[in-house]
Each structure stands twice: as structure tokens, then as C-alpha cells.
Design a protein around this ligand. Structure first.
Ligand SMILES: Cc1ncc(COP(=O)(O)O)c(C=O)c1O
Length: 398
């Protein structure tokens, strides 16, 4: 009997036409329904902050939405702008502005290299790769990117013009950077501050599920190390309210924000202010903390289910995993260089996982062992079954 036959025999509930999916970190239907129940009570606003939301204009976002972004990111409203639905688009536009026009202290070109702590967010890597920018993989230490690795790279490589980080509940490892780690990094980067972009994607700024260390806001640390014109901090409400239809935020120095708005004025005649108004009203009904508590009640049990199964693998020496205290992901490392085989066998049992190497620049997992797990979307019983498939495959292969 081959592995697949054995597993099908162990789990008679595996039917050919039943699909399981742990690929993307989407909010579950229950999360979206929870948000919808509040959205339904909101009356549409056509004016806010003395601004006509129906018309063009206000390219930096309406003041109340900027204040909301500042609250989420822990920044100042005058150093935070509020735009459209995707922080990923904002990051793309920021990089494009650095590429085509240049910011005061960040100019990207086709010889530029960007440091990429990995395992990291696959879409960041795709975005950077699309600009033809070389990515340099940086491993992690416990409390953030590996400082020795960064130091070594900076000693030997020219044209290192940036870094892409997810500083809290990093996707997918869950790393939350300590202040000490960030200060040491920023100290190294301060020597490069005439041309360096710190792409600080704080997508999970307020997504704690368990106790997580406090962090000093990166904007104030950047100021301490003369990097205020180098830091670009991103966030959005995608994983707070509705994914893909929220608002996104960029925080940077006022000089950078002015340059960015100048650039963006060639792309759109202002953001979707009606949606900004809707979100401002939403958080008048329910404060961010309370909203995140509701999301936590739905997400935390899924994290516990995932952790229980990964723990079994760990106890049997079948690999290791990160134990995130928030965010949307888990990162599992097989004890053998066989993630392709695991992913392929799962696929044949109708469990979809991201392709091998997805969490690394150029899809190149140097040890061929990493698998990202996104437990947020499936219902709990579906998640249990998905994890049963994954763990059975690993147990048979390893
Ligand atoms: C680190 C990170 N940044 C950005 C995003 C996407 O955010 P947005 O919907 O604001 O583009 C995600 C989604 O998974 C993410 O994990």
C-alpha cells in the first residue's frame, strides 16, 4: 500500500471531491459576518471633517481617517496618510516613486539590492522582484532579523538600498522584533541613510492573540538614528474589518509624504473618501481594541488547533514550528529537505498548500523544508481535518 492509500485508509472521511485549503490568510466568514453586523447599523456619510466625501480631492486622505491610521500604527496623524484598499498597493507605489523620482533619501534603480528577512511574505518578494531589484535573503534570530547576517552583507555588498520587514507577528514566522533588535539594525542603517528605504509593513500592528512584547514605535526609533526620511511604515484595516475593501495607511516623514502625494497625483484624483468615512463611522461604533477582541475570539481557537497538531510533529522529531502570539500564520519546518514532497502528497489528498519555497525570495528555500500554514479561513472542523492530512503525510514521509 502506498502512502496515499494508507492515509486514505486511516482517514475514511477523505473524499475525492472534498477540498481543503491552507494557502491564504483570509479572514473567515464568521469574522466578516461579525464586521458586517456592525456595518449594517451605519448610516452613509457624505460629508466629514468639513470635506465633501463625494467629490475628488484630499489626496492625503481625510483627517479622521489619517487619525485612525495613526491610532492603528501608533504614529502621528500629521505623519500618516490614508489611502485606498491595499497596503500592498501603497508599498508598490512607494517603491515606484523611489524608482522613478526618488525620495529625499531613497533612490532605487536597477542595481539596487533589498534585504529580505525570510521566511517572509510572498507578495513582498513578488513585488520587489517585479522591479528587477535584487533580493538578499536574511535569516531570523529569535527577536528579529539576524543582525550578524545583516552586518556581513553590508560589509561585502554594494548598493544595498533597503530592507522589507514585517515587525510584528511577521508573516509567516510570527517574529515580533524587540526594540534592541530594531535599534541595532537602525544603527547599522544610519550609516547608509543617504540612500536607504526601510519598508516597515506593520500589517499586524494590533493583531495580538496572546501576550506579546511592547514595541517602541519605529517612527520614534528612526528619528533617534537619523532615519526619519528612510522609514516607510504601512498598515491597513484589511485584517481588522473587511479584507480588500478597507483603507490603507502610509506613515513617513512629512517631506516623504509630500513627495509621495505629488507622485500619486499622477495616478488617482484622490482616494475613495466614502469608504474612509464608512471606516471612521465604524470605529465610532466599536473601538479598535474591542473589534480586535472579537476577531481574537474567532481566530485564537484556530491557532490552538494548528498548534496542537504541529506540536505532535515536533514531539515526534518530525520538524519544528513557530509559535506565533498573533497575526495570521504559522511556519513549519520539516526535519528533512522534503517540503516539495509533503506539499505534493497533500495536494493529492486535496489539501492545498502554497508552492514550496513561497516564503523566500525567488521561491528559493535554501533548506527546502519550509511550509506556510494559514489557519484563519477554514471552519474549525475543516481546519482539524486539514491539519490531520498534513501531519499524516509528514509522519509517513519523515
Ligand atoms: C505582511 C502583510 N502585508 C500586507 C498584506 C496585505 O494587506 P493589504 O490588504 O492591506 O494589501 C498581508 C496579507 O496577508 C500581509 O500578510
Amino acid at each position: 500500500m502506498n502512502i496515499l492509500e494508507q492515509i486514505r485508509k486511516e482517514h475514511p472521511w477523505l473524499e475525492a471531491n472534498r477540498a481543503f485549503d491552507l494557502r491564504r490568510g483570509k479572514p473567515s466568514n464568521l469574522q466578516l459576518d461579525t464586521t458586517q453586523s456592525i456595518l449594517e447599523t451605519i448610516e452613509t456619510q457624505f460629508h466629514m471633517d468639513g470635506i465633501d466625501l463625494r467629490n475628488y480631492g484630499e489626496p492625503q486622505g481625510i483627517p479622521s481617517a489619517r487619525a485612525l491610521g495613526a491610532e492603528i500604527l501608533g504614529t502621528n496623524a500629521n505623519e500618516t496618510i490614508a489611502l485606498d484598499n491595499a497596503s500592498l498597493t501603497l508599498m508598490h507605489q512607494t517603491l515606484a516613486c523611489a524608482y522613478f523620482l526618488g525620495f529625499k533619501a531613497s533612490k532605487i534603480d536597477n542595481v539596487s539590492k533589498i534585504l529580505c528577512p525570510a521566511p517572509g511574505y510572498d507578495r513582498h518578494f513578488k513585488l520587489i522582484e517585479n522591479f528587477g531589484i535584487e533580493m538578499i535573503t536574511i535569516p531570523f534570530q529569535d527577536d528579529g532579523p539576524d543582525l550578524n547576517a545583516i552586518e556581513e552583507i553590508l560589509k561585502k555588498e554594494k548598493n544595498v538600498h533597503g530592507i522589507a520587514c514585517v515587525p510584528r507577528h511577521s508573516n509567516p514566522t510570527g517574529h515580533t522584533y524587540s526594540d534592541e533588535n530594531v535599534k541595532s539594525m537602525f544603527k547599522m542603517f544610519s550609516a547608509l541613510n543617504n540612500n536607504f528605504m526601510i519598508l516597515w509593513d506593520n500589517a499586524y500592528a494590533c493583531h495580538d492573540l496572546k501576550n506579546t512584547i511592547e514595541q517602541t514605535n519605529a517612527n520614534s526609533l528612526a528619528k533617534e538614528f537619523n532615519l526619519e526620511d528612510n522609514l516607510f511604515q504601512f498598515g491597513s484595516t484589511s485584517k481588522i474589518t473587511l479584507a480588500g475593501s478597507g483603507i490603507s495607511f502610509l506613515s513617513s516623514s512629512t517631506k516623504n509624504l509630500e513627495a509621495f502625494i505629488e507622485y500619486r497625483n499622477g495616478l488617482a484624483v484622490g482616494p475613495n473618501k466614502m469608504n474612509q468615512g464608512l471606516h471612521v463611522e465604524y470605529f465610532k461604533k466599536i473601538p479598535i481594541k474591542k473589534q480586535m477582541q472579537k476577531m481574537k475570539e474567532i481566530l485564537l481557537p484556530k491557532f490552538e488547533i494548528t498548534k496542537n497538531y504541529l506540536n505532535i510533529l515536533k514531539e515526534n522529531n518530525h520538524g519544528d514550528f513557530s509559535d506565533p502570539t498573533g497575526g495570521y500564520f504559522f511556519s513549519y519546518d520539516s526535519n528533512k529537505p522534503n517540503c516539495h514532497e509533503i506539499i505534493d502528497n497533500c495536494k493529492q489528498l486535496n489539501l492545498k498548500l502554497l508552492p514550496a519555497g513561497s516564503s523566500f525570495p525567488y521561491n528559493n528555500d535554501p533548506e527546502n523544508k519550509n511550509i506556510r500554514i494559514a489557519p484563519s479561513f477554514p471552519e474549525n472542523d475543516e481546519l482539524e481535518k486539514s491539519m490531520k492530512i498534513l501531519t499524516s503525510v509528514v509522519k509517513h514521509l519523515n
